[in-house]
Design a protein around this ligand. Sequence first.
Ligand code: PEP
Length: 249
Amino acid sequence: MRKPIIAGNWKMNNTIAETEKLVTELIPMVADAKADVVICVPYTSIAKAVELTKGTNIHVGAENVHWAEKGAFTGEISANMLVELGVEYVVIGHSERRQYFGETDQTVNMRTKAALAHGLKPIICVGETLEEREGNLTEEVVVRQTVEAFKDIDANELANIVIAYEPVWAIGTGKTATSEQANDTIKIIRDTMAKLYGDKTAEEVVRIQYGGSMNPANVKELMAMPEIDGGLIGGASLVAEKFSQVVNY
Ligand code: PEP
């Protein structure tokens, strides 16, 4: 019912030359994918990635977007600028942005609204830190992050939004949440969306990925869980062979 979606998050990796090599390798490897395939790439790689993936099943995303139309925001990128380049998706509220760059629940909401206003599809990240999990705060944290992210967002936008549940302690650490942990927390997020938008919408429309050291060895088990609709993949998205194995799980 909900189409799976596998997205790579390259983070601050790959020059234009490296982008060309990786995307060229990847195109034939994922051509028959049953899932939606997205690569979220650094700003400098966007034009090359869009050029190379034209006419393929790979969609290109950015890794952040500012909420303002334009102005005195040195170092930032507007939704307009991304759309002009041919970007379709954008990662918003990644834990690395929350941890290192002052991202808050409010700015996640502002970025999401700006992205939607320009026809970009947000991939909104939520997830608890290790401290929060150990303090039994996982539910409180993901519910708060979800409710705040979706403030003033209309139900008819939900088909264009993906949520990524990423336990911060599992990102880039090689530690994966167990499939039960991931499924249980994603269920909490879906129940939260049901409270906001109704059961039918939460069940049929809202796609929720798992992210955190997803790789060829664990993707099958994670994707077999009823609540998990896809993956946001960091490290394993940097190697064509590995990313394609995740995509073709
Ligand atoms: C991520 O960056 O969103 C991520 C899940 O990274 P990794 O797969 O490397 O844990």
